[in-house]
Design a protein around this ligand. Sequence first.
Ligand code: B12
Ligand code: SF4
Ligand code: SF4
Length: 374
Amino acid sequence: MLAERGAALGVRVRVADAEEDAQTRERLRAAFRRGDLDTWGYGDAYAVAAADPLHILRDARSVICVAIPYARPTPQRRARGSGRVSKYAWSRDYHARVRAVLNDIARHLDAAVGGTVTALACDTAPVAERARAARSGLAWIGKHTNAIAPELGSYVFLGEIFCSLPLTPDAPLKTHCGSCRRCVDVCPTGALRGDYTIDATRCIADLTQRVDAIPRELRALLGDWIWGCDLCQDICPPTVRAGARGDAAFDPFEEELAAPDLQELLSLRSGTYKRRYRPTAMGWRGAAVLRRNAAIGLGNSLDRAAIPALARALAEDPHPLVRGAAAWALGRIGGSAARGHLERARANEREATVLEEIALASKSALPGVEGATE
Ligand code: B12
Ligand code: SF4
Ligand code: SF4
């Protein structure tokens, strides 16, 4: 019944036992000790809970793991001056769709046994979702740390139905990456170590959602990504072979969202933010974070045409995070015009963090320092 319901919904379903997974608990602990998830505030209690399904459902006997493919074709031609958004974030927020799928399967199961035997989780609950998916044979874990489902690739969202019935578990897969290292080599920030672990504090997906300043030494490595990053998956052979398996629910919420114009995004105000971005998975950190990311993208474009917009943001943006990033971007583009704007802003700025950005940017904007050519 589960497999048929899954097929009718266009998703893949497998069953894992609900045993505590000591190996995953220790992997999580080791990751937290290394500081890999420092931006997430996870601690020992999270590692213990995430490895044990009884923390979600006290009498859980099995976990139904679900993979929902979401890859849609990436728009082929992007205009000059546009940024990039990861596939997972450009559509209407995926959480609602995953919950609807999980609800549907759970309702069928409850109806079949005449009572409530299930609890649901997706993303936000303390569950090591990839590890449970691997245990159920739904997917295997790649060196980019994503779960890869046979024929579907890694562009799948994961969700779980915790169930008090002792369903027959499926067997884990034996697949692994072998000698392939493509994802490790393509990662611009060196976040992937190649041993199936990641320093998430260096991952662009993490950096673009930070509400504090992005570490200076990593900003140039962000390129034109303004939310998330797909590089390690776009190059992954099983994911490439799978192609675009998602349905139309995962198309861009608005056409521009896959590749927003960076100058327009730099001046994003609350009305447009609420209408265009809030309904998506990049709509939970606020408009200033997106404006900050746009400023960094414009700096990385090394395009002199962006200087007036960056100068305006430096002089007028209400948020110091954005003014600081605009200063950095002007320093990165460099040249006399950028230097002039930095000097004028220095005279009017009162915020210490922004003044520090201006001072550093002024130095890097000096002639002879790498940047755009005059
Ligand atoms: C925190 C988080 C992040 C952080 C940290 C990511 C990370 N790799 O840990 C950041 C912000 C960087 C992030 C990024 C992304 N995320 Co995220 N994220 C999460 C979240 C909330 C927790 C993950 C976590 O606990 N990480 C700690 C690490 C140590 O554990 P883990 O990766 O979950 O699992 C490890 C162990 O289980 C162990 N393991 C288990 N079995 C086995 C077997 C073997 C043989 C080996 C070697 C290891 C191993 O290895 C796993 C990989 O290290 C989950 C939701 C959830 N509740 O699980 C979503 C989740 C992992 N994210 C998801 C997505 C879609 C993404 C992005 C693709 C979005 C994007 N394009 O920008 C990127 C992918 C970047 C990447 N290379 O990982 C999906 C992943 C789906 C999938 N197919 O794997 C999840 C499951 C959400 C969901 N419900 O769909 N994410
Ligand atoms: S999502 Fe991007 S930054 Fe993060 S590990 Fe993959 S390639 Fe590296
Ligand atoms: S790119 Fe290669 S090494 Fe990386 S996850 Fe895919 S198969 Fe594994």
